[in-house]
Design a protein around this ligand. Structure first.
Ligand SMILES: [Zn+2]
Length: 73
């Protein structure tokens, strides 16, 4: 699992995140400001975003809710 340098979307400090082989977005705490940002692996590289800016499909919390939801009428 290589560590990838990213810029925190909150405080713009450089930090490194370790991505799994999974392409699912993950929360990463910033060691500089302590905020959790989302890192999502894309074909062209790693994208980071604030939780508030993330679309539902890029938000681990939201994805969990959606995937665990049952198909009820
Ligand atoms: Zn930060």
């Amino acid at each position: 699992m290589p560590a990838i340098a990213v810029t925190c979307p909150y405080c713009h400090a450089e930090t490194a995140v370790t991505q799994t082989d999974d392409y699912a977005p993950q929360f990463h705490p910033c060691p500089s400001c302590g905020m959790n940002f989302i890192a999502e692996r894309r074909a062209g590289g790693l994208r980071v975003m604030k939780v508030a800016d993330a679309p539902c499909m890029s938000n681990p919390d939201c994805r969990e809710v959606e995937t665990s939801a049952t198909c009820e009428e």
